[in-house]
Design a protein around this ligand. Structure first.
Ligand code: NDP
Length: 334
């Protein structure tokens, strides 16, 4: 059984230097599968920004991953053997698995992926965590209105690219931010009115130019200095969606926000959320996003790497910003 374990906590040199190790062992056998359990072979692995936080040892909504642990991940697995009445060999299931070829899992907590859906890996991205995060963050917290100005950071990423299109769909003016000229061009193909290359442009100058009336909604994927600059430009009754803070995930020194007082005079809302808390409404979001996809009204890009052993590279790719869109590992086994 192939497993990828955290060898040591990543240091300053991450993402240039890896911190995982591949180990090999015997796969579990059918006789070990208990009632209401299944044996799965992991087929698709979702790579998520939050994994960088899990391996840092910080306490979050998930237990931290410690050196020696197999890396957990949202995955789609193929049922190899089942002792669950509603799952058969060949069915696909989605849930929390690991960077590991074979696993025994409890049926509880797994979602059956519809067999008829042609690209099941979408349930890890646009119809999974990332699409749902964009949907609930934008519609439940950001609540953009026609004509309002919405700024979205990491706009070429898996969450960001869906958030851009959802904000545009209600008639908002959308300003994206991304880390290269090519990414900015891509963000504009999604419908964004403008896109700021935060690595080369004068961010504040561009924000003022592109948001002459100020910012109504800031969908924050990055935190840090970009959040601070957006705070200076918020309008009355603004909404700041605290989705993520990736600019801080790889640093040991937290960024101290200076401009949050602007929220007082602007009567603004700044709200964090965790997509899993919306589990009861996943069906609604999947139906909404699935409908847009079926009508070709929602673009989404996947950044695919092949082979279980490429999972650590996938995470480093995401943290260094080399990805455009959802990082997915397709595990093809010989
Ligand atoms: P993405 O596909 O968006 O990839 C991350 C992107 O972040 C990179 O491509 C890079 O793009 C950008 N980035 C990296 N470092 C920095 C930096 N220092 N400053 C600015 N941008 C940076 O990943 P995800 O879609 O998986 O995640 C996006 C965000 O959503 C993350 O913050 C994540 O934690 C959050 N999230 C929150 C959830 C929730 O429930 N609240 C659930 C899922 C995700 P670029 O080249 O443009 O820099």
């Amino acid at each position: 059984n192939v497993k990828i374990v955290l060898e040591s906590r990543p240091g300053k040199e991450y993402p240039e230097k890896d911190c995982f190790q591949i180990t090999y062992g015997k796969p579990p056998t059918e006789s070990e599968v208990k009632v209401d359990q299944i044996l799965v072979r992991v087929k698709f692995i979702s790579i998520d920004a939050s994994m960088r936080v899990w391996i840092s040892g910080a306490k979050t909504y998930m237990d931290p991953v410690n050196p020696g642990d197999v890396m957990p991940a949202s995955c789609i697995g193929e049922v190899v053997f089942s002792r669950s009445p509603d799952l058969n060999k060949g069915d696909l299931v989605l849930g929390l698995m690991k960077w590991q070829k074979y696993l025994i899992l409890d049926r509880k907590g797994l979602m059956k992926v519809p067999k008829e859906y042609p690209q099941p890996e979408h349930f890890l991205g646009v119809l999974g965590t990332n699409g749902l995060t964009a949907y609930f963050g934008m519609f439940d917290i950001g609540k953009p209105q026609k004509g309002e100005t919405v700024v979205i950071s990491a706009a070429a990423g898996a969450v960001g690219q869906i958030a851009v299109q959802l904000a545009k769909s209600v008639g908002a003016r959308v300003i994206g931010m991304a880390g290269s000229k090519d990414k900015c061009e891509f963000v504009k193909t999604l419908g964004a009115d403008e896109c700021i290359n935060y690595k080369d442009d004068d961010i504040f100058k561009k924000l003022k130019e592109y948001c002459p009336k100020g910012i109504d909604v800031y969908f924050d994927n990055v935190g840090g200095e970009i959040l601070d600059l957006c705070l200076l430009l918020v309008r009355d009754n603004c909404r700041i969606v605290m989705c993520g803070a990736i600019s801080g995930y790889n640093s040991t020194k937290p960024y101290a926000i200076k401009n949050y007082q602007r929220l007082i005079i602007k009567k603004g809302l700044m709200q964090g959320f965790i997509v899993m808390d919306y589990a009861k409404r996943y069906k609604e979001a999947i139906a909404y996003l699935g409908n847009l996809i079926s009508k070709n009204q929602l673009k989404h890009t996947e950044d695919v790497l092949y082979g279980l052993d490429s999972a650590p590279r996938g995470l480093r790719r995401l943290i260094s910003g080399d990805n455009t869109g959802k990082v997915i590992i397709k595990c093809d086994y010989p």
